[in-house]
Write a protein that binds this ligand. Structure first.
Ligand SMILES: *Cc1c(COP(=O)(O)O)cnc(C)c1O
Length: 348
């Protein structure tokens, strides 16, 4: 979801931005007017996320999936290994992609347990020979999240935050690199945001494609080639909306309110069961099931008829999933819980 006010603002400027005589979509990315939009969005992202000066912000195309390759290509340096925690589909995909460039180690796999939980610190046997330790901070499909920042010693921590960035304050000084595809919680599809510690630049493998080089993107201020100009403009509108709604502390309070409402009900329900282990629960993607595939399907269908859409779980996870990103109004969750209670009464 995108906030309705953001879509309306974009609509009001769709054919003409300011008195420029053209749409943002029609501007040259090298023009003065677009340069001003770009600089403002980047500064606004740094301010809203509170990114320290030690870290660079890069806009890259290819979504989060391109980063599965870009991370090892740019960070391996003289190391031939990196550590990965496999907590779901995307972290496993990142691990498999890294195999093309090094011999990554899976230091944890939740697969046998159906990816229901996140490992605790004691379970992580990290190597100090690893180029980095990669985690997926919020597991979109299975509805789990790292509710702590793992200690990694001298090894840089890398996190895929695609499905939770902009939903809570993050201390970026604890991360070597954070990346996120923008389409879950930031903007329409079309790019990834990369926040990287400048100290990690200079370790790229010689085979790194130019279009994936952090060093080259930083040098060109993300304008190595044509960036997704309209997506960046939309990100600016979303950032204004976040600022107007209490910034990241405001977003964090809202996500807590939304997810508490759902989990409180799930914990008391005799029909629906939450999937994720309590200490590993995500506040962005709430997964649950009835225990019967037939009843799950009936629920998804009847919910859709009430305007409660996109509740079917990912094909790999089954069951149901409520994705409650920033733009989801609290009332939407209230309506969902109300409907679940009614469904429970009718199908007991
Ligand atoms: C959606 C998602 C991805 C894939 O994003 P793309 O931008 O489509 O490549 C990767 N990681 C996480 C955590 C996601 O939620």
């Amino acid at each position: 979801m995108l906030p309705l006010s953001v879509l309306k603002k974009a609509a009001s400027e769709l054919t003409q931005y300011g008195d420029s005589g053209m749409s943002v979509m029609e501007m040259s990315h090298r023009s003065k007017i677009y340069g001003e939009i770009f600089a403002k969005v980047k500064a606004s992202l740094r301010r809203v996320l509170n990114v320290p000066e030690t870290h660079e912000i890069i806009f890259m195309q290819g979504g989060a999936t391109a980063q599965f390759a870009a991370v090892p290509l740019n960070l391996l340096g003289d190391r031939d290994s990196a550590d990965y925690a496999l907590t779901g589909v995307f972290s496993t995909n990142a691990y498999n992609e890294a195999k093309k460039y090094c011999s990554p180690r899976a230091v944890f796999s939740g697969e046998a347990e159906g990816f229901r939980r996140i490992p605790n610190q004691e379970e992580l046997q990290l190597s100090d020979r690893a180029a980095y330790f990669h985690i997926c901070s919020n597991n979109t499909i299975y509805g789990t999240a790292w509710n702590y920042v793992p200690e990694t010693g001298s090894v840089p921590l890398v996190a895929d935050m695609s499905s939770e960035i902009l939903s809570r304050p993050v201390d970026f000084s604890r991360y070597g690199l954070v990346y996120a595809g923008v389409q879950k919680n930031m903007a329409p599809a079309g790019m990834a945001v990369v926040i990287v510690d400048k100290a990690l630049i200079g370790k790229e493998l010689p085979i790194t494609p130019t279009i994936m080089s952090y060093a080259k993107f930083i040098k060109a201020d993300s304008m190595l080639n044509t960036p997704p100009t309209y997506t960046i403009y939309m990100l600016g509108l979303v950032l204004d909306w976040v600022s107007d709604h209490g910034g990241l502390h405001g977003m964090n309070a809202l996500r807590r309110e939304r997810s508490d409402m759902l989990y409180d009900y799930l914990d008391s329900s005799s029909l629906f069961k939450p999937v994720a282990e309590v200490s590993s629960r995500s506040m962005m993607n709430v997964t649950f099931r009835t225990g019967s595939e037939e009843l799950d399907a009936k629920f998804v269908k009847e919910a859709a008829a009430e305007g409660l859409v996109n509740l079917k779980g990912h094909r790999l996870a089954g069951g149901m999933r409520a994705s409650i990103y920033n733009a989801m109004p609290v009332e939407g969750v209230y309506k969902l819980v109300d409907f679940m209670k009614k469904f429970e009464r009718e199908n007991r």
